[in-house]
Design a protein around this ligand. Structure first.
Ligand code: SF4
Length: 366
């Protein structure tokens, strides 16, 4: 199929860059090619829509104007600012990476994708994005948008989420840069162009082929195969977890702990938790709570189903008043935090929502 399309793809890269120059969105990280801003935006936008990531980018560059300011911040402050964006390991790695660049590299980002990949949290994609956009290195990016455009344009049926697919599409993406008819083709603009085309025109559903700069040579468009490409292997089901949070309270103070285990939400704060692979009966749960935290009053605050990429969390939160602090300390880590302190702690969104419900209740005297 690649051979079939060799002729028609000649001007693919040139057309993409031309289109990008006229149609790219005006986004703050595109104001200049500063590697600090490019890096922040690329990390923030992984698995995240631009509209969702944009306010976080603005908050970050306002609070941490330079990589030195980010490096000298407390991890809790960085995580608190990241709160709600999810995939918190990105924030922890971002912070670790900033410290290395600030202290060991004098604030300078390495200029090649290979060297960038040695830093925490910078994988193949992010390294290629920074190296091409900020330093003009001829290295292709491959993300979900690139997979889709290339698969449709070149008519490639290899599943994009298979190891073979990763190799095929990376090679093809790089080929577009290496074999471009324009020897001066700017790699950063080409990479941003193909991603922008995937985000704005060659969308997963109902692509706007009439507005596409490469429709004349597009295999899927010309063969009416747009719905069939790209091909994806079915994913394994999500792991189901039942998290029963116990929220010990003492007036306006709440018992919270920092999550230190290698699990979701590492570094964020939540409440003592009883976890189960299946649903627990209410009576058994209450009994368990009382035996672990003393004979206080237990009441359901709220329950919610929370979806993560690979997990489905069934969460119920029970408030506990009149807890026995000795039993509490014996069974759970953590300490009391006042309402003011709680607000400043970095928390998973779902925990933040539960706390808001609780503080609203007490402010209404319920
Ligand atoms: S013609 Fe349509 S399917 Fe082909 S690359 Fe353009 S938008 Fe995508």
């Amino acid at each position: 199929m690649l051979k079939y399309h060799k002729e028609t793809q000649k001007n693919f890269s040139v057309r993409i860059v031309r289109w990008y120059r006229l149609n790219s969105r005006n986004l703050p990280w595109r104001e200049n090619n500063d590697p600090y801003r490019v890096w922040l935006s690329e990390v923030m936008l992984q698995q995240t829509r631009v509209e969702q990531g944009l306010p976080y980018f603005q908050k970050f560059v306002k609070k941490f104007e330079t990589i030195f300011k980010l490096a000298s911040a407390q991890e809790d402050v960085v995580l608190r600012l990241w709160q709600g964006l999810g995939y918190y390991s990105r924030a922890r790695n971002l912070h670790r990476c900033s410290k290395i660049i600030a202290t060991e590299l004098n604030g300078e980002f390495p200029a090649s994708a290979k060297a960038l990949q040695r830093l925490p949290g910078i994988g193949e994609y992010t390294a290629a994005a920074i190296a091409s956009i900020s330093f003009g290195e001829k290295v292709a990016v491959v993300d979900g948008n690139v997979f889709r455009v290339l698969s449709r344009y070149f008519g490639i049926e290899v599943p994009i989420n298979s190891s073979e697919g990763k190799k095929v599409f990376s090679t093809l993406a790089q080929q577009q840069l290496n074999e471009s008819p324009d020897p001066k083709l700017p790699p950063g603009e080409y990479n941003q162009g193909i991603m922008e085309l995937g985000a704005l025109v060659c969308t997963p559903r109902s692509p706007r082929c009439a507005d596409c700069p490469v429709s004349a040579g597009c295999f899927a468009y010309n063969k009416n195969l747009i719905e069939d490409l790209p091909v994806k292997l079915a994913k394994a089901g999500k792991r189901e977890r039942y998290l029963y949070y116990l929220m010990p309270i003492q007036g306006k103070s709440v018992w919270m702990k920092k999550r230190s285990q290698s699990d979701i939400w590492k570094g964020l704060y939540d409440f003592p938790c009883i976890e189960s692979d299946s649903e627990l009966k209410a009576a058994a749960l209450k009994q368990k709570c009382k035996s672990m935290a003393g004979h206080g009053e237990v009441a359901l605050l709220g329950s919610v189903t929370h979806l993560l990429t690979h997990q489905k969390l069934f969460i119920a939160c029970l408030t506990m008043t009149g807890v026995n602090e000795v039993s509490l300390k014996k069974n759970f880590e953590g300490k009391w935090y006042t309402q003011k302190e709680v607000v400043r702690l970095p928390k998973p969104k779902v925990i933040d929502d539960l706390l808001k419900i609780y503080f609203k209740k007490i402010s209404q005297g319920k």
